[in-house]
Design a protein around this ligand. Structure first.
Ligand SMILES: [Zn+2]
Length: 253
């Protein structure tokens, strides 16, 4: 059983990733089934802390990943791209290092002092509560841009930057339109697309990406040139096709 001090040592090692935006992979099928990579990939890892027998990894947006190591679990920090054999549960890849969790029997998004109770309905729920999500989006300031609002975990929980971009493209909604400029039916189409794509990803499919990390390339739908630009307070990069996702205050090219 990892003792408290070994957990604290693991937390100390993981500090090299704190403050960095991390790429998240869940190579082990049991971890992949939890949909963690879909929710956490590309978020900033804000802090890592040992609390009791748990490691708490706090990500931007109020998401907290709880890792309990039981008898067998082990966190390692390695140089980015280090070779390894076997199938780890979780890989958090930062600028220069990656943290790798082996045999992580307990791995879940956890409540953090009730903060999760402020989260909106989960996009991965089946069926998802689209009405409640739309109600929350309508309760947000109507001048807020939809691409920014979809990442606010208090409105809808679980949509990551990749799926936000892809879902908006799918629904032909520009991320730069304000909530006031987007109809309920468009919000629902966007949320439905995010749900379907994320569920497919959790189940192991590799949905084709149409805009994410395709800036400068041609839109699969209209041939327009995909653009990218940081958006919102957190400056998450938005990807969109100005040809078929029109409207909103799009930044000058
Ligand atoms: Zn297009």
């Amino acid at each position: 059983m990892p003792e408290g001090d070994s957990l604290r040592r693991a937390a100390a090692r993981l500090q090299v990733l704190a403050g960095q935006r991390v790429a998240v992979e869940t190579p082990h099928p049991r971890a992949a089934a939890k949909g963690l990579a879909e929710r956490l990939d590309g978020r900033t890892l804000e802090s890592v802390e040992a609390v009791g027998k748990n490691l708490l990894l706090r990500f931007e947006g109020g998401l907290v990943l709880r890792s309990h190591l039981r008898m067998t679990g082990r966190w390692r920090v390695e140089a980015k791209g280090a070779r390894r054999t076997g199938t780890p549960w979780l890989v958090l890849r930062g600028d220069a290092y990656e943290a790798v969790l082996w045999n992580g029997p307990v791995l879940e998004l956890a409540k953090d002092g009730g903060r999760l109770s402020h989260l909106g309905p989960d996009i991965l729920d089946s069926p998802p509560e689209f009405d409640e999500m739309i109600e929350r989006l309508r309760g947000a300031p109507s001048a807020r841009e939809v691409g920014d609002a979809l990442l606010d975990q208090r409105l809808v929980a679980g949509i990551g930057n990749v799926w936000k971009a892809e879902a908006l493209w799918d629904a032909r909604v520009s991320p730069w339109r304000t909530l006031a400029e987007v109809a309920d039916i468009e919000l629902r189409a966007t949320l439905d697309s995010a749900h379907r794509r994320m569920r497919a990803s959790v189940e192991g499919a590799r949905p084709l990406r149409h805009v994410y990390r395709r800036a400068g390339r041609a839109c699969h739908r209209c041939g327009g040139i995909i653009r990218s630009q940081p958006q919102g307070e957190a400056a998450r990069v938005a990807y969109w096709c100005p040809g078929c996702q029109r409207g909103g205050r799009q930044p000058a090219a």
